[in-house]
Design a protein around this ligand. Structure first.
Ligand SMILES: *Cc1c(COP(=O)(O)O)cnc(C)c1O
Length: 243
């Protein structure tokens, strides 16, 4: 059952993360919780922020920018993560306003984000844009993400771009039933990250696991889980395609 208050939902998700981390012999604090607020209003973000939630994820550029504009003055400390597919005509706004981008799968997009990341925002110096490369870990033809065989070449090219910091890998596996089936793709992503680290890249982030499979992801080493439904409730389907 999903509890009705935001505070209770947040507590339940944190308990799920902590239980899986403990089972894996990991410190629960090593898993960052990203609250995916897409389709929910700024008020819902503010409510969860009041319970102590610090990081929020958005899939659609204009929707995310609207919430940031509404909340920047009252909640300047929140971290904003862009987790949706990114078109090149939207990179400038994302580079200027977001702190993280999770779903980069082309060098062209990373180059634009690097060139367009400002040095400052509202007079304060801006840290580099934190980046993850999305991997098509289940090999689905229709899905975004780079093929596992091509990750290393892209990662080495992205890692040298200025104004960005490549942090790691992200995936959205095909839905699977049962813990063992859910763990397999996450284990593949973990091994890919380890291989990149062996090649000399200092990457520390595995962005994997959502409401339905976060335990499997944490058991396989997720350092950041992206959770929407379990924190905000079910989403109403979007009426029109929007990026
Ligand atoms: C919507 C979304 C999530 C959250 O999914 P839930 O199943 O609602 O937890 C996580 N990651 C990405 C990339 C998403 O688009």
């Amino acid at each position: 059952m999903t509890p009705s208050s935001p505070a209770a939902r947040l507590r339940q998700v944190r308990e799920r993360i902590a239980a899986a981390a403990t089972e894996a012999g990991r410190d629960p604090a090593s898993v960052r919780l990203l609250a995916v607020s897409k389709t929910f209003p700024a008020e819902a973000v503010a409510e969860l922020a009041a319970c102590g939630q610090a990081d929020f994820g958005e899939n659609y550029v204009q929707e995310g920018l609207g919430k940031m504009a509404a909340l920047r003055a009252t909640h300047p400390q929140l971290g904003w993560h862009f987790i949706g597919p990114l078109q090149s005509n939207k990179t400038r706004e994302v580079a200027a306003q977001f702190d993280w981008v999770h779903a980069v799968d082309r060098l062209h997009i990373a180059q634009r984000l690097s060139a367009q990341r400002p040095a400052a925002r509202n007079g304060s110096p801006l840290s580099p844009l934190q980046l993850c490369i999305q991997v098509n870990i289940s090999g689905e033809g229709s899905k975004s993400g780079i093929a596992p065989e091509a990750v290393a070449e892209l990662a080495h090219a992205v890692a040298v771009l200025p104004n960005l910091r490549l942090r790691g890998l992200m995936c959205i596996p095909a839905p699977a039933e049962g813990l063992q089936a859910q763990r397999a793709p996450f284990a593949r992503l973990r091994r890919l990250l380890a291989e990149l680290n062996r090649q000399g890249l200092a990457l520390d982030t595995l962005s994997m696991g959502m409401s339905a499979d976060l335990e499997a992801a944490v058991l396989e080493g997720a350092t950041l889980v992206r959770v929407g439904t379990a924190l905000f409730g079910a989403r109403v389907a979007r009426q029109t395609a929007q990026v």
